[in-house]
Structures are given as C-alpha cells and as structure tokens.
Design a protein. Structure first.
Length: 700
C-alpha cells in the first residue's frame, strides 16, 4: 500500500515544480497530495503518513505548522541549486554587482545565502522582491544603473530597466529533505534506485553526512551500498579468485565502464589495463602507485580483506590524481580556516602620476611569469596591495594567495608556520601535526612580507625550498613537492644588507629575479587628493577639504606614506564637520622635524582664525576671545554682562545677547569653556594658543 504525503507550499506554481521531482523519484511508493495557500489552503488536508512543509517563509510558517495534526511525521523543506544553475552563476564576472530577484525580498536573500553556502562569494548580489507597491518601486529605482539580474524562475518580477536576465530555474530539494522522507516512511530501498541517485548527483551540494546516514539505515547491505555510492572515490572489490564483486558509481565515472559489464568477471577480462595481478594472493595494504589510464593520471591504492588471518581479496581504490590534489588543497584551506584569497587588483591601486603608471605596467607584465618577485618600498606605500594585484593578474588567480609577515613571528614559530611540522616534533606541537604555508599555497602564491627580518638559518631553508621545489615538515623525513610562486617585500634595500653580510647573497638573487620599486607618496604628490578621496569613500566619510588644507596635503612630506594619509582621513572623519579647515587637522600633523631632529610647529596660514569666525564680525569675535584671554592672565572670572559693559567704550559695543551668542560660538569651537556658578566661563588652551599667535603676528 502506498504511503500518503501532504506537500504544503505557498503557491500552486511551486507545487507543480516540486511535483516533477517527487513523482519521478518516489514512483509506486508514495501518493502525493498537494496544498497551497493561493489555491486550497491547509485547513482541509488529509490524514497523511508525512507532511512536507515547503511554506517556510517566516510570515506563514507558524500557520502551516498549526494545520498539521499532532504526533505527525513532518519534514521541513530546505532547497538548493543544481549543478547546471551554478555553472551559469560561475560565468558572471567576479566582483560584479547584480540584482537577485525572487518572489519576495526574503526569498531573494535566502537564494543569495544558498549561493554563498555553496561557495559563490565573489559576486555582489542585491536582493529584490516584486515592485508591487510604492516602497518597493522606490527601492528598485535606486538600482536602475544595474543592468544584469539573476532570478530563480521568477522572471516576471524583473524590473524593466534590466537588460540581461540569468534565470537559474527553481531551486530543488536538498539531499537531506529526500533522505529524511525516506527514513521516516521506512522506504530505504528508494536510495538504491536510479532516479534517486541521478537526482542526488545533479545537486550542487551534498548536505547529509555518510556517518549520519549509515547510522539511521538499518539494512547492512543497503548501508554498504549507500556509503560506496556517496563517496567520489572509485572502489573496486576483488575476491580471492580475482573476480570483481563491487564496482561503485565513482569507479564507473573514472574508468568509463558500467557496473553490469564488469561484475563477476576477472580483472584480466574486464580491467586488463590496470596492474592488479601483482596484488593476487598478497596481503598488501595501502600500497599506492600512480598509473595512466586513457591518458589520465590516476592514483591506485589497495587494501586487503582478511578474515581469520586468511586472505579473502582486496579493494582497489582509485582517484584521478588531479581530483586528489584539488581536494587536498581545499582541505588545507579549510583546516587553516583563513580563506586565503587575494582581495585587490591593479584597479584598486589609485594614481595617475607617470611613475606609478609605469610601475603598475611593469608589475602586470611580471605577473605572467612564475619567477620570484621582490617588491621594494617604504612602509605604507602599498607593497601588499601590489602583491594581491600581481596574484590576481596571474594564471594562478583561482588558486590560494597566502601571506605572512616575517617580522611578526619569532624564528621558531615562523619556521613551523612556513614548513609545517609532524606530531610530537617539539613541545606544544599539535596532535596530528600541521601543514605549513608552502603546502597551503601549493599551485598558488606565497607572499613573504618584510623578508629582510628572516634569520640566516631560515634563509638557508627557504633557499633550498625555492631551488628544489620541495618541502620537509619539521620532525619528518617525507618530501612534499610544491609549486608556489614567491612574492617577497622589503622596507630595506636588501642589496645593502647583502654587502653587510646580514642577508644571504644566493637567496637575494633567487628572490630578486623580478624587482619592483614602489615610489613613496612624496614623489607622487599629484595623487594625494585622489587617494584621499578614495579613502573617504571606503570609510565612508562625507567631509570636504578646504582649499588651504588641500594645499597643505599637497606640500606635506607624508613620511608614513599612504598609511599615514589613511590615518589622517580617519581622524578627520571623527571631527564631524562638513568642511575641514586647518585647525581641524591632527595636532601631530602640524608638527615637523627640523634639520637637527627637533620638532617645531609649522605655520600654514597667517589667517587661520578667519576660517573659524564669521568674516563680517571677525573683530567682535576676536575682541571677546581676547577678553577671556586677559581674564585668564589676571585670574578673574567674567561673563556676558562683564564683556557687554566693557565693550561699550570700544569700537565694538556689544549687547548682552550678542555677547552670549559669541561666547556660545567660541565654546562650540572649543576656544572657550562655559561653566555655571561663580567660576564663570574661561578660555581653553586652544583659545590661548590662537590669541598668542595673533599677538605674535601683530594682528588685532
């Protein structure tokens, strides 16, 4: 008798889409009944063996669950993309900004989240729902400059201004949904059927662990088959008579043979191109060799089957060598959990001066080479930015970009980070050991910043790795081949260090195959304001620089280069003014060293107070400030009445209200501190400094 399953969706259209997959997989096992909110609701559902809840959006989920009888079998839907859809997304340009349009904005966000989970993280998706009200129309208008949109079968909601539509089709049930249905309905034989296997294989992600699956399935034979078909490594079972008794799906794909064509045949008959005879009657376990099958390099490993100390046969385990390398690389990155990826390109290096354009042009050409690159430049000039850009311009751009600062770690830690170590090789070594950065960077790029700080003993080891393209972990004798492009960077002139004997000459010439010298900011002052504007946008900050400050920026030496410029811009962002004047600059920014190394205050503008006070009343504001200055010197307190009375016999008579307004203005600009009570208001150190300069210059 067929099991009954009630499928609960928001729309009839969704039911129709899911029905195609469900009916195909569960033919003759399940009778499906479909319910949707827009057609027949959930109140009058049948008594089912299981309820599949696809209406998971937050505003209807509680209602959906309330319609299900208590103590019922329930599976909550989760959806994903198929491999074909992901291939469409991978064709989108990295870093592009595009719309993600779905039945609602929340569903669009869920679709983006699913793509991120699968590994699509280099596209800037803007989630958007239907433009069916004034608020959503207004939101869509903000993105009218975006001409590409992705949707999940909901093209009817694409805004008119979009020129290119990429339809990924409807999302499909994850592996977990189907397996949970099968287990709760006790129809595990479905997992051995071709429709189920085909469906699982076309999913972009697998979300049901083998351990979890085998724990829940009681049938031992089925459990074994499920494990074999769930892994992507080829497994061939061969008995003591050299006959094949197992041949999983991955083996079919690797060898391009069908299971039914090889089962119960000898290896001589069905696999004559594989060197399997050498394992006959031998208790060989994990003997690994590389063989070539139809022009493809394949790793072959064997493990024997022994019962009561008697040899019963063996398993031949095969995997494409390239797949094995790719898997190892991905696992290393996951274990390291640092997401090694270059973030910047040459477009992120801002500047129009000829010297920088020339450096960028040379660096772009060097990126095509596998030779080592040495980047020179003062601290803060953007050496790491260039390293990222060079990697992204190279043929290794899809491979790992691993960076380490050689000055940040003591010698012993730097050695273990670079080369890795085996378990127990030193006190504190992690159980199981650890791969080094050279292994993590395999087929990619390793960036060694501040390499001049590396000790001579480590320089020797680094030189060997670069020459032999092999690395040995600390405490191990195993040699691991590596393919890594080296980009090194230094704040010092390493050639001078070579002459002094503090840096090995042979290593210098090995890493200096392609040198790049990044100019300091003081040699490209025409780019200062352009870079400053870029930093403002990245923070973000919305202030503008006055003409006087722009002139200062153009003449300042910028000893800390772009890093110092960023620090100043971030400081000014917290000043919280729409226009930045000279007095708003950081105090340390106005101090420079003379030829003797002593600090002196640099005077940029003889009339800097003119930018603070209203120009038409500057004399009155200066008068009030000087009154506070005098009171401070005489150690007396004054207020608006004192100032008003004293001003009546001057050229600047003030009413009490005018005096109050001016005092408030001075306090706002941190020149006067307003206090209540007998103490009254008093001038600040900033105000004293301003008056002193006026006196010094003979002004007012």
């Amino acid at each position: 008798m067929k099991k009954k399953v009630a499928v609960m969706c928001v729309s009839k259209k969704s039911n129709e889409f899911y029905a195609k997959h469900l009916e195909n997989i569960f033919t003759n096992k399940i009778e499906f009944f479909y319910y949707s909110l827009d057609e027949n609701g959930f109140e009058n559902m049948i008594k089912a063996d299981l309820y599949l809840v696809c209406s998971t959006s937050s505003n209807v989920f509680d209602y959906s669950m309330s319609c299900i009888p208590s103590d019922s079998n329930v599976v909550i839907s989760s959806i994903t993309f198929n491999k074909e859809s992901i291939e469409k997304v991978k064709k989108i340009r990295e870093g592009a900004t595009i719309l993600m349009v779905n039945l609602s904005k929340n569903m669009a966000i869920e679709a983006v989240s699913t793509l991120n989970r699968i590994g699509i993280n280099d596209i800037n998706f803007i989630p958007l729902g239907p433009t069916d009200n004034s608020e959503s129309i207004k939101e869509a208008e903000e993105y009218k400059n975006i001409k590409i949109a992705v949707t999940c079968g909901e093209s009817r909601y694409i805004p008119d201004f979009v020129e290119e539509v990429i339809d990924l089709g409807g999302r499909v049930f994850t592996e977990r949904v189907l397996v949970e249905m099968i287990l709760k309905l006790d129809i595990s034989s479905i997992m051995k059927t071709k429709p189920f296997k085909s469906y699982i294989q076309q999913l972009a992600e697998r979300d049901y662990g083998i351990d979890e699956l085998t724990r829940k399935v009681s049938n031992i034979e089925l459990k074994f088959d499920l494990v074999l078909d769930s892994i992507d490594i080829g497994v061939i079972g061969i008995d003591v008579n050299n006959r094949i008794f197992e041949f999983n799906t991955a083996a079919e794909n690797i060898l391009h043979l069908k299971k039914e064509d090889v089962l119960d045949k000898t290896t001589d008959e069905s696999l004559p191109f594989m060197p399997l005879n050498i394992y006959r009657d031998n208790l060989l376990t994990n003997d690994v060799r590389l063989i070539t099958i139809k022009g493809v390099l394949v790793s072959l490993r064997t493990t024997s089957i022994v019962q009561n100390e008697n040899f019963k046969g063996y398993f031949a385990i095969i995997e494409r060598f390239k797949d094995e390398e790719d898997k190892q690389r991905k696992l290393r990155l996951q274990l390291l959990n640092r997401g090694h990826k270059a973030k910047y390109t040459f477009d992120d290096i801002k500047g129009n001066c000829p010297i920088l354009k020339k450096v960028k042009e040379v660096a772009a050409k060097m990126s095509k080479s596998n030779a080592s690159i040495l980047i020179y430049g003062e601290s803060g000039t953007g050496k790491e930015l260039f390293a990222h850009a060079i990697h992204n311009e190279s043929h290794r751009k899809d491979m790992p970009f691993v960076a380490i600062n050689c000055a940040a770690l003591p010698e012993n830690l730097l050695e273990s980070e670079l080369f890795g170590y085996e378990e127990g090789s030193f006190t504190g070594a992690k159980k199981g050991g650890k791969a080094g950065l050279f292994e993590y960077a395999h087929t990619g790029t390793l960036f060694l910043d501040e390499i001049e700080n590396m000790s001579q003993s480590l320089q020797v080891k680094l030189l060997r790795v670069l020459q032999e393209k092999e690395v040995i972990r600390i405490g191990s004798e195993k040699i691991t081949s590596i393919d890594v492009k080296i980009i090194a960077a230094s704040n010092e002139k390493i050639k001078d260090m070579v002459n002094k004997g503090t840096f090995r000459k042979d290593l210098y010439y090995r890493i200096n195959a392609l040198p790049i010298n990044i100019p300091p900011l003081r040699e490209r002052k025409g780019d200062v304001l352009l870079i400053a504007d870029g930093i403002k946008k990245s923070i973000p900050a919305e202030f503008e620089l006055s003409d006087e400050v722009k002139e200062i920026f153009m003449t300042y030496e910028w000893e800390g280069n772009i890093r110092e410029l960023r620090n100043v811009i971030e400081y000014l962002a917290y000043v919280d003014k729409s226009v930045i004047n000279i007095e708003d600059l950081p105090p340390t920014f106005l101090d420079e060293k003379d030829s003797d190394g002593k600090f002196y205050h640099r005077e940029y503008n003889n009339k800097f107070w003119m930018d603070i006070f209203p120009r038409e009343k500057v004399e009155k504001y200066v008068y009030v400030l000087k009154m506070f200055y005098k009171a401070k010197k005489e150690k007396v307190s004054i207020g608006r009445k004192n100032i008003s009375d004293a001003s009546q016999n001057t050229d600047y008579p003030l009413s009490e209200q005018e005096a109050r307004t001016i005092i408030s203005y001075l306090a706002k600009n941190q020149l006067v501190l307003i206090s209540r009570g007998r103490k009254g208001s008093e001038i600040t150190s900033k105000g004293i400094e301003m008056v002193d300069k006026m006196v010094e210059m003979g002004k007012y």
